[in-house]
Design a protein around this ligand. Structure first.
Ligand SMILES: [Zn+2]
Length: 270
């Protein structure tokens, strides 16, 4: 890039200095306060005044606070109908989880769809290389009779444990189990959540998959009497349609949700 001619730079600086002198002069005339300040103090005071004015204009133009500006655009807080609180967690670390949905369900959720809309997983659930992971302290084990765990039906020769997942998954996961229970009752169907895949230290998933830190789950649903043996359900599953499951996963609070042909993949940041 070529540098601007020296003359122009001097001219701009001279203009700016004149403007500042005029402002200082007018301010001193009105307030009579500036006479006691030296040049550095005057510049500091004018700077503070200008930045306050600019911030005020920014707030007015957006009509909201800094806090609001930091919220993701697609995170719509929903009105809680009635508070449902249940105690969950281990004996030594009891914690209360609000089982109400944390977001509105999106209007549609078709194959290949993702939430937040059109985004990449790492934008929301953090890349595996950016997260320190210690299986000994980061993984928790969840047992819930309302959930069907594929690893419990794998038979001999398999050492996976789908009950293991990252502790960041606990809250949205338990909320999802509750939401599916409500959905199932609505249609008197007895549908349960199926965990097809959870923490996998190696194999199956690609090298940077969040499954390797237990921060991803592959989910479907089904009716217990029809859930025999491992494997993904056929095209016409008797459970809740995957499009509805995707919506519920998003409402449950997972940071990223993807409809991946035969299951819903969800993930969380730590
Ligand atoms: Zn997955």
């Amino acid at each position: 890039m070529s540098r601007p001619p020296k003359g122009i730079v001097h001219y701009i600086i001279a203009c700016m200095r004149s403007c500042i002198e005029i402002i200082l002069h007018q301010y001193a005339r009105v307030t009579g306060l500036f006479a006691e300040h030296n040049r550095i103090e005057k510049v500091f005071l004018i700077g503070t005044l200008c930045s306050t004015l600019i911030m005020g204009m920014v707030f007015l133009s957006h009509g909201r606070s800094f806090y609001d500006l930091q919220l993701p655009l697609d995170l719509h807080p929903v009105k809680k109908i009635k508070p449902i609180k249940k105690t969950a967690g281990t004996f030594f670390n009891p914690k209360t989880i609000d089982l109400n949905p944390v977001r509105e369900e999106p209007p549609s959720f078709n194959n290949g769809f993702r939430m937040p809309k059109g985004s990449r997983e790492y934008d929301h659930s953090l890349h595996i290389d950016k997260v320190k992971f210690n299986p000994g302290t980061d993984l928790i084990t969840i047992h819930n009779h309302k959930v069907w765990w594929e690893s419990d039906h794998d038979g001999d020769g398999h050492d996976e444990d789908d009950h293991k997942m990252h502790r960041s998954m606990e809250e949205p996961f338990k909320r999802l189990v509750h939401l599916i229970e409500l959905e199932s009752k609505k249609h008197s169907r007895g549908v349960v959540l199926k965990v097809q895949d959870s923490y996998r230290a190696e194999g199956v998933h690609h090298a940077k998959s969040l499954h390797k830190q237990g921060r991803a789950l592959d989910l479907t649903t089904g009716i217990p009497s029809e859930l025999k043996g491992p494997g993904l359900p056929k095209e016409k599953t008797p459970g809740i349609p995957l499009s509805k499951l995707g919506k519920l996963c998003w409402a449950a609070g997972f940071d990223w949700v993807l409809y991946e042909t035969h299951h819903i993949h969800v993930s969380c940041k730590p």
